[in-house]
Design a binder for this molecule. Structure first.
Ligand SMILES: [Zn+2]
Length: 388
């Protein structure tokens, strides 16, 4: 059985070992060592990566019989002595987040009586599930106390108590086991059964930040970041806030209020634009006159929605087609409609005659046109369209 060096020394980065076996598996290699500082993953913590004898360790596995497998990208010679190193920055980040999770779950348990029922690390940070609901205020208290525990730089110790000693101890555990229990104790904060490597003192965790929380199966799911991950996240958020602060000429701690003011004024502007558009539409349709023939309107600055409003009114006033155009010479957007003419069919003819494209279902079609204004005006003065 592989000796687990990480059980005793979570800060061991380089070590020597002997290759016990090496078997090909799906284009990679499954390597067993006599001893290892590589943590295979578990308890919510991700597996280590690194090098064995200069060969990359891409992943880790722990078999049901307790054997630890290093998945390498090249083969290693069984029996060979090898120098090994884990990717320390990655591992330390995992330990900061993992130990941070112990601190907040220990506090959540002692302060509010909730139990950790799930924990995993991913790209988005650490996700923790507790079996009772905690509101924002309670989560803020946990966060504040957790950071206080970090500042007190409390010792974190590992022990393997026997079944009798274990019976007299109070500790958090997801499994009901009494043999080979590894207890991780954080003075004054937590005692929990766990197999993973942790920081040596709470000071190493650096900082803890709790993010959004959602109700989850009668409890609560919280996202957390600790250590350098929390620092990096806050650095990005700080840079974003600085940009907002500069752009809005707002004090850094008053950006939210400034954004709300901006949103209110944008809403106000939207209303004003709507009112202006309505008055332009009213002005345009008030100039339309009843006719048995076609109506042809040019409103260079109208958008598609405004053209439709004009055509809606114009359709009622004419026996033929109401055609409304916006844009400029030889670059028109149009909307056409009719109560009497099959506008889809007529539209094809109009597009062919006036270099246009577009269509739609009766009673209205839309499109674009490249004829001149004069050509269009003369065309609609003369053209007669049938109902078919
Ligand atoms: Zn742990």
């Amino acid at each position: 059985m592989t000796e687990r060096l990480y059980y005793i020394d979570s800060h061991l980065v380089k070590f020597s070992a002997v290759v016990q076996s090496c078997e090909e598996r799906n284009g990679k290699w499954a390597v067993k060592l006599d001893r290892t500082a590589f943590f295979p993953g578990g308890g919510g913590q991700l597996p280590d990566t690194g090098y064995i004898g200069g060969v990359r360790v891409a992943d880790m596995e722990e078999l049901d019989d307790g054997e630890i497998i290093h998945i390498t990208e090249s083969p290693l010679d069984p029996g060979a002595g090898v120098e090994c190193a884990i990717d320390w920055d990655t591992r330390f980040g995992y330990m900061q987040n993992h130990t941070g999770e112990h601190i907040i779950s220990g506090l959540a348990h002692s302060l509010f009586g909730v139990n950790n029922i799930g924990f995993h690390m991913g790209a988005e940070g650490v996700i923790v599930d507790w079996d009772g609901y905690l509101d924002r205020e309670q989560l803020e208290e946990i966060e504040r106390r957790a950071n206080e525990a970090i500042h007190r730089d409390l010792p974190i110790t590992i022990c393997f108590p026997g079944p009798e000693e274990l019976g007299g101890l109070e500790y958090r555990s997801k499994l009901d086991i009494t043999e080979n229990v590894r207890l991780v104790s954080i003075e004054d904060v937590d005692c929990c059964a766990c197999c993973a490597p942790h920081c040596l003192r709470t000071g190493e965790v650096g900082q803890i930040k709790l993010y959004e929380s959602v109700k989850n199966k009668g409890g609560v799911r919280v996202r957390m970041l600790a250590g350098m991950d929390a620092y990096e996240d806050m650095r990005i958020k700080f840079a974003n806030n600085s940009e907002i602060s500069n752009a809005l000429s707002a004090k850094p701690n008053e950006t939210a209020a400034a954004v709300h003011r901006l949103m209110d004024s944008a809403e106000e502007l939207k209303l004003q634009i709507r009112e202006l558009k309505d008055s332009l539409i009213r002005r345009s349709v008030s100039a339309l006159e009843q006719t048995e023939g076609n109506i042809c309107v040019f409103e260079p600055d109208f958008d598609g929605d405004m053209l439709r409003h004009v055509v809606n009114v114009g359709m009622e006033l004419c026996g033929g087609i109401c055609a409304a155009f916006s844009g400029g010479d030889r670059a028109w957007k149009y909307c056409m409609g009719s109560k009497n003419v099959n506008i889809s069919k007529a539209g094809k003819q109009i597009n062919a005659d006036l270099s246009g494209r577009g269509g739609g279902k009766p009673p209205m079609i839309q499109g674009s046109m490249t004829a001149s204004r004069q050509e269009i005006e003369e065309y609609f003065k003369k053209a007669l369209f049938g109902a078919e």
